[in-house]
Design a binder for this molecule. Structure first.
Ligand SMILES: O=P(O)(O)OC[C@H]1O[C@H](O)[C@H](O)[C@@H](O)[C@@H]1O
Length: 555
């Protein structure tokens, strides 16, 4: 297989990037009145404007040639068909099958997985209806009022991001809580006001081995059993979502309370599976289906639209252009809709755990930057915190601005203020303002010359900072489904072009292994040989202070 860097399109892009670094977007806009039309895509749920990137028609042609050279259409087909494109784990990648609303049969290892997905959906429907309607009772016969989802990473971020985003669509039949941190403070705070007779725990873990989740689940179990004095209570108050039925059953969860997950669904792409149960419980099963429909709509766009008008493909190509060719090292996700306040955390896992790697498919170090670090915050809060950096630091941070035309919570006078900022910021980041203009403005305001001389250089905004604007019509279960699937496919395309194995996460293993050995040390008098001196001394200090504190509290 050809190394990416030896492709003619790659080399042409490298040369083209050197030229483009000399350009300013202001001049590109002045030279091409069709720029917005040329560089935007309208979909049923959203508008993507990528014209405020340092690109020309030639850039896009070269990027599209690269996409063709990397056989994106062929890889896309392989993914949807269930070929084992997760190479290092030899697994299919089929989160798209979970939301395949056309329900076409898909065979994987001789089994029709569409039918299994439908069975699980049916089970989710029955279960969520029973709990929401009060037919599922706790051990003392009371209806469930609170659901606590215990899970971390992909078993937390997806459902929580969605239920937070769609709060306005909840009828509040149930209060849904999330526990992800093994810091006891979180579970203690969540459980404190709850009545064990009315709580349902979902232990959400694909592997059912994740230490944080198992520790939290054991604490929840103890809390329930000690309050109910009844081991049978577990059957009424604990369910599991997992691909590891045996471990869940050993934990004590009745087999009929286990919802199935499959190894062909990656944790960070799993909100469409039974991992999405908190969504169905919070919003109702019909809304969960609408979310799936939105994802499916984006799948169809991704499969059918030509590459040049394919939104996920464009987002991936632009990320590669900005990072791999122009050298940006991070990317900001800046939602302006309050409901999307967890989106950047969600996308951090989705993108960084997928493509934050530096070894290629062939097992060799890649000699180009792969993906940027993803960070972000609600844009409007960011404006009063870190936008100074976006506008004037000497690091260029490409940013995705995400806003909605219609608010789900209209309050007179608010939405236009919000959206005026949304539009103004991408304009300011692109256009900037030069020193001559700054001086003229200060002069027009009647400022003294010495003040102008002192302040003018500090008020210069170089502009030329790339942004994508994603304007949603309104956040609904369906449009949110499309938005999330848009990013999922962007990540897939990026991975293929960069020759990264997007669907494993070996990089999280080393730390996990060390933590389990250190935990043993912390809980005993043993000291592991073989620590570096920093780690050894930190652990000694921790244990010494802990012993002193324990000694004092005993006195
Ligand atoms: O669902 P689980 O098996 O508990 O895994 C939860 C999370 O833990 C891991 O360490 C992985 O890095 C994540 O990809 C995963 O989503």
């Amino acid at each position: 297989m050809t190394a990416r860097t030896s492709l003619a399109s790659w080399q042409a892009l490298s040369a083209h990037a050197l030229q483009m670094k000399q350009q300013h977007m202001n001049d590109l806009f002045a030279a091409d009145t069709q720029r917005f039309k040329q560089f935007s895509i309208q979909l049923p749920s959203l508008l993507l404007d990528y014209s405020k990137n340092l690109i020309t028609r030639q850039t896009m042609e070269l990027l599209l040639t690269l996409a063709q050279d990397c056989e994106i259409p062929c890889w896309r087909e392989k993914m949807f068909a269930g070929e084992p494109i997760n190479r290092t784990e030899d697994r299919a990648v089929l989160h798209t099958a979970l939301r395949n609303r056309s329900k076409t049969a898909l065979n994987l290892a001789g089994e029709n997985i569409t039918a299994r997905v439908e069975q699980t959906l049916e089970k989710m429907k029955n279960f969520s209806d029973r709990v929401r309607q009060g037919h599922w009772k706790g051990y003392s016969g009371k209806r469930i009022t609170d659901v606590v989802n215990i899970g971390v990473g992909g078993s937390n971020l997806g459902p929580q991001t969605v239920t937070e985003a769609l709060k306005q669509f909840s009828d509040n039949s149930l209060n849904v809580h999330y526990v992800s941190n093994v810091d006891g403070a979180q579970i203690a705070e969540v459980l404190r006001p709850l009545n064990p007779e009315k709580v349902l725990f979902i232990v959400s873990s694909k592997t059912f081995t994740t230490t944080e989740t198992m520790t939290n689940a054991a604490t929840a179990l103890k809390w329930l059993v000690s309050s109910s004095f009844d081991e049978q209570a577990v059957a009424k108050h604990f369910i599991a979502v997992t691909a590891n039925r045996e471990n869940a059953a050993q934990f004590g969860i009745s087999r009929e309370n286990i919802f199935e997950m499959w190894d062909w669904v990656g944790g960070r792409f799993s909100l469409w599976s039974a991992i999405g149960l908190p969504i169905a419980l919070d919003l109702g099963f019909d809304k969960f289906i609408e979310l799936l429909e939105g994802g499916h709509e984006m799948d169809q766009h991704f499969q059918q639209a030509p590459l040049a008008s394919n939104a996920p493909v464009m987002l991936a190509l632009l990320s590669i252009w900005n990072c791999t060719f122009l050298g940006a090292q991070s990317q900001a996700i800046l939602p302006y809709d309050q409901s999307l306040h967890m989106l950047s955390a969600y996308l951090q896992q989705a993108e960084m755990e997928s493509n934050g790697k530096s070894v290629s498919w062939h097992g060799e170090e890649v000699n180009y930057p792969t993906v940027p670090s993803i960070w972000g915050e609600l844009g409007i809060n960011g404006q009063h915190a870190f936008y100074q950096y976006l506008h004037q630091s000497n690091n260029v941070v490409p940013a995705d601005f995400i806003g909605s035309v219609a608010s789900n919570t209209p309050v007179k006078g608010h939405h236009e203020t919000l959206m005026a900022n949304f539009f103004a910021q991408t304009q300011a980041l692109m256009c900037g303002v030069d020193e001559a203009q700054v001086r003229a403005d200060l002069h027009a305001k009647g400022r003294q010359q010495d003040y102008i001389d002192k302040v003018a250089p500090h008020k210069v905004h170089k502009g030329n900072r790339p942004t994508n604007t994603i304007l949603m019509k309104r956040i609904t279960p369906k449009t949110l489904g499309s938005l999330i699937a848009l990013y999922e496919h962007k990540i897939f395309v990026q991975g293929i072009i960069l020759q990264i194995c997007s669907f494993d996460q070996w990089g999280v293993e080393l730390g996990k292994g060390l933590a389990s050995k250190i935990q043993h040390e912390l809980e005993s008098n043993e000291e592991n040989a073989g620590h570096d001196s920093s780690t050894a001394e930190l652990i000694r200090y921790y244990k010494a202070v802990k012993n002193q504190t324990a000694g004092k509290s005993e006195q």
